[in-house]
Design a protein around this ligand. Structure first.
Ligand code: IFM
Length: 461
């Protein structure tokens, strides 16, 4: 297709030579073909009445399992240098350990071969929330054993794909998985344990460390991706500032401090007032933090929006409140999901990571950034999505500014290539550069697709 889209004419942002341009997807959100793999916690969660907004599941999703050649062809048209996808653990190990599903391994083999043939680097994530149901039944991320199983799973896939895959991401967004899946119960596995979910953070990090050892021993580059947000207090009252620090600790530092500094942040805001301990203290063993320290070669950052924090109301279970962004900044545009569009937040986040971690901060890759907006093809097959173009343009400019300010960022992956299964929202939130008709599986590149193609070409000069 030759459609070319105009964009705000402020000159093109510049990026360093060799900067990687990609898109990201995740197994459960796009693959479908659930009958050809073991059960995951998301299969079970989707069957629970009322948990998924439109009552849907990942059974077919975007049928990427069968249609990946068409999807890779679109990546070629975009001019991508990398594709971030995830490997479904239950597709290669139906129970999470033991018997191998060779058909599942074959699928990723074909995908990786197609990417390599197209000159696109495959960047797999080992875990994007689709835990094998059998492992969940045995305790899931509340159990330390899951971390050991993860190390074995990493060995299996690196033995099989390591000849073509130099860069690996161990986990996607361990904060969101812990908070939504185990603390609040709005994602699989649907547990609402509140602070008793904290061990999930440690076991995920330990799993990352086990996989990192395996991957590094085979000479590979290792990343962990977290969802990161810059947190600001809504005013400068001491209680508000303390609440913002407590939220920042939970969302960002709980995951990054152990990896980059080899220690957990001060969690006293979450401690039992009588014992001074948190549920995390129960599960940390000697040697764990040493295994975590320095276990990433680069950091994956997913950025969507900033967070405002306020002091909690008396009697609240958590030491912070999260007011609606638009109450304070009613002019801020919102995505279809209702998330505030704040490109400067990406600049603020990256420079604050640089300031916080100094030389301990490794190179960064923006492993997800994007927005959902509704939108259907018109009679001519055009999907006009100017809001997404503005979102991407603003965020790429903010990113270029952070790079100019000295943050070492090596790549950017738009979320997502395709409209897909957006977890508890089902198919109601469309994040894709490509529209998917879920009844026919027809793919229609949106205007933002052509804009991104042209932005990549301009950035490469
Ligand atoms: O769709 C998700 C993805 O799976 C993880 N990061 C945020 C995206 C948008 O909500």
């Amino acid at each position: 297709m030759s459609l070319s889209v105009e964009y705000p004419d402020q000159g093109s942002p510049s990026f360093p030579p060799g900067f990687q341009w990609g898109v990201a997807t995740a197994s459960f959100q796009v693959e479908g073909a659930t009958q050809e793999r073991g059960a995951s916690i998301w299969d079970s969660f989707c069957r629970l009445p009322g948990r998924i907004l439109d009552g849907s599941s990942g059974q077919v999703a975007c049928d990427h399992y069968h249609r990946f050649p068409e999807d890779v062809a679109m990546m070629v048209e975009l001019g991508l240098s990398a594709y971030r996808f995830s490997i479904a653990w239950p597709r290669v190990l139906p129970l999470g350990y033991g018997r191998v599903n060779t058909v599942g391994l074959d699928f990723y083999d074909r995908l990786i071969d197609a990417l390599c043939a197209a000159g696109i680097q495959p960047v797999p994530t080992l875990y994007h929330w689709d835990l094998p149901q059998a492992l969940s039944d045995a305790g899931g991320w509340l159990s330390r054993d899951t971390a050991e199983r993860f190390g074995d799973y990493a060995r299996l896939v690196v033995d099989r794909f390591g000849d073509r895959v130099p860069r690996w991401i161990t986990l996607n967004e361990p904060f969101v998985h812990m908070a939504f899946g185990y603390a609040f119960g709005v994602h699989a596995p649907g547990q609402a344990l509140m602070l008793d979910a904290l061990p999930v953070a440690h076991h995920q990090l330990l799993a990352h460390a086990r996989a990192s050892e395996v991957l590094r021993a085979a000479g590979h580059e290792v990343l962990l991706t977290n969802n990161c947000t810059p947190v600001s207090p809504v005013d400068d009252a001491p209680d508000t500032v303390a609440a913002a620090a407590a939220y920042d600790t939970l969302h960002n530092r709980l995951f990054l401090d152990p990896l980059l500094l080899g220690e957990y942040p001060d969690l006293s805001a979450y401690a039992d007032p009588e014992t001074g301990r948190t549920p995390l203290d129960r599960v940390i063993r000697d040697g764990d933090l040493a295994a975590l320290r320095g276990s990433v070669d680069a950091l994956g950052v997913n950025y969507y929006n900033p967070t405002l924090a306020a002091a909690p109301a008396p009697g609240d279970a958590l030491p912070f409140a999260l007011p609606d962004y638009t109450e304070l900044f009613p002019e801020t545009p919102l995505t279809g999901f209702g998330w505030p569009v704040v490109p400067d937040g990406l600049h603020a986040l990256l420079t604050s990571l640089r300031d916080r971690y100094g030389p301990a901060l490794p190179p960064v890759h923006i492993t997800e950034n994007g927005c959902s907006y509704p939108g259907e093809p018109d009679a001519n097959g055009v999907v006009a999505d100017p809001d997404r173009v503005a979102y991407l343009d603003g965020h790429l400019r903010a990113l270029a500014e952070a790079i100019a300010d000295g943050v070492d960022v090596r790549g950017y992956y738009a979320w997502s290539l395709l409209d897909n299964f957006e977890w508890a929202q089902g198919y109601t939130q469309r994040f894709g550069l490509v529209h998917v008709d879920f009844a026919t599986q027809a793919r229609t590149p949106k205007e933002s697709f052509f804009w991104y193609r042209d932005a990549i070409a301009r950035a490469r000069g």
